[in-house]
Design a protein around this ligand. Structure first.
Ligand code: SF4
Ligand code: F3S
Length: 107
């Protein structure tokens, strides 16, 4: 099992999640983070930390978010590890909860 970052992280990227991960398995892209499924130990610590409620266990994904399992796996192979909290984008709150954000995912 692994935890998965889903669509609502896109353009929110609050990064609170990286602070609690004991195995540093978050990887950073331009406007989204992903979890490396080979490194995640299912500790559950990151899930409640995300202000955008974007992190779910693989087997509890909301409907329509299934594609993020493969996106986390694929993008974690090329994006660098992130271990320190950063400032969120200035318009992060405006994007929190918006639908269709997959169209804005930068790779
Ligand atoms: Fe890291 Fe634990 Fe979250 Fe997995 S569940 S990404 S190990 S904090
Ligand atoms: Fe994204 Fe939430 Fe982490 S918005 S960067 S998964 S705290």
């Amino acid at each position: 099992m692994t935890f998965v970052v889903t669509e609502n992280c896109i353009k929110c990227k609050f990064t609170d999640c990286v602070d609690v991960c004991p195995v540093d398995c978050f990887h950073e892209g331009p406007n989204f983070l992903v979890i490396d499924p080979d490194e995640c130990i299912d500790c559950t610590l990151c899930e409640p930390e995300c202000p955008a409620n974007a992190i779910f266990a693989e087997d509890e994904l909301p409907e329509g978010q299934e594609q993020f399992i493969s996106l986390n796996e694929e993008l974690s192979k090329s994006w660098p590890v992130i271990t320190e909290v950063q400032d969120a984008p200035s318009d992060a709150e405006d994007w929190n909860g918006k639908t269709g954000k997959i169209d804005y995912l930068e790779k």
